[in-house]
Design a protein around this ligand. Structure first.
Ligand code: SAM
Ligand code: SF4
Length: 328
């Protein structure tokens, strides 16, 4: 039994949102006052998340990314990582975090089955960072960055390219990869900002980001990546690390998608751009057996939309929820 859609894509990667809560208020993700968070009882419990992951791993999911909201704001997240590390069917457990709360946990993370950390850091300038995140945590996040860079964990740096905010730092970010074995990834900004009313002056899409970098460096080497990689990856000749661009909004890599998502309230999503297919939490709380869950996952994945445009067109409302709710 495996998870395969009608286009032949095998699903092996789960993105699971640990919570909808967050300690930051990034402009591109949510409005200043935050989003309407759900009641605690409506969040999946760790026990439920563990079970969902186990059932999916029995259907071929071997990679999990834990995200949110900010996973580290949820109490006992590290204990959850400890239990998840016992699942032998998982080859990779990865985490996406804003890094403000994690520096004291890094030693423990190294001992667990955590492969890589995606650290979101959209500016290298303290004041600008505070403007983007609406919180004064740059020093903590930069400290986390330095510690992670020295650790055994693979480090990817996520940078949302925001017109009018940080496009002047694109080269500074790539320069970080000169002497550090890190992967800097530029993400196209998407409208998932919880109705944060962002104005985009210029379109910083994949092609524009690439041309900008090419104009500066002249020679860029393409780096081969896994077929299902979310980013297209490059290296500046002789640089130790790499940089990549994630066409999150222009959606040019959907054809190789191997991902499904489950939000913090248990909403199953076949695609980032769909409106959610069914609620796993309710199904579990109504007494579903593992076999029933498996059947539901198999049937649902079969109908995974061909790409993000098809998914968006089918949902019938606008895509304005916060990434913090979706699980980015
Ligand atoms: N709080 C954690 C963090 O910021 O890394 C995990 C959750 S966050 C929603 C996951 C990723 O989504 C982050 O790298 C963030 O920058 C990105 N993201 C959030 N809103 C976005 C948007 N509107 N467009 C593009 N990327 C976005
Ligand atoms: Fe929080 Fe991450 Fe959204 Fe920023 S991007 S507000 S850190 S969930």
């Amino acid at each position: 039994m495996e998870l395969k859609d009608k286009f032949g894509r095998k699903i092996s990667y789960l993105r699971l949102a640990i919570t909808d809560r967050c300690n930051l208020r990034c402009q591109y993700c949510m409005p200043a006052q935050g989003i309407n968070i759900v009641d605690r009882k409506d969040l999946l419990s760790y026990k439920e998340m563990y079970r969902i992951t186990r059932v999916l791993s029995e259907l071929g999911v071997n990679k999990v990314r834990l995200t949110g909201g900010e996973p580290f704001v949820r109490k006992d997240f590290v204990s959850f990582l400890e239990s998840l590390s016992f699942n032998d069917k998982l080859d990779e457990i990865n985490i996406t975090t804003n890094g403000a709360l994690i520096s004291k946990h890094i030693d423990r993370l190294e001992e667990l089955k955590i492969n890589s950390i995606n650290l979101s850091m959209d500016s290298l300038q303290k004041e600008k960072f505070a403007k983007i995140t609406r919180r004064d945590v740059f020093d903590n996040v930069y400290n986390t960055f330095e510690k992670l860079e020295q650790s055994k964990l693979k480090l990817k740096l996520n940078v949302v390219v925001q017109s009018g905010f940080n496009t002047d730092e694109i080269i500074d970010f790539i320069e970080l990869s000169k002497n550090k074995d890190i992967a800097v990834r530029f993400i196209e900004e998407m409208p998932f900002n919880g109705k944060g009313q962002r104005e985009m002056h210029e379109e910083w899409n994949f092609n524009n980001i690439y041309s900008f970098v090419e104009k500066h460096y002249k020679i860029i080497e393409k780096v081969s990546s896994k077929k299902s990689s979310t980013s297209v990856n490059y290296r500046i000749p002789n640089y130790q690390g790499t940089f990549g661009i994630i066409p999150a909004f222009t959606r040019s890599i959907c054809g190789d998608c191997n991902r499904i998502r489950i939000t913090a309230t248990g909403l199953f999503k076949n695609c980032l751009f769909d409106g959610g297919v069914f609620n796993v939490r309710d199904f579990i709380r109504n007494g579903a057996t593992d076999d029933e869950l498996k059947e539901l996952f198999i049937n649902t994945v079969h109908h995974k939309p061909e790409n993000g445009f098809v998914a968006e067109a089918a949902r019938g409302n606008d895509v304005s929820e916060s990434m913090s709710t979706i699980g980015g």
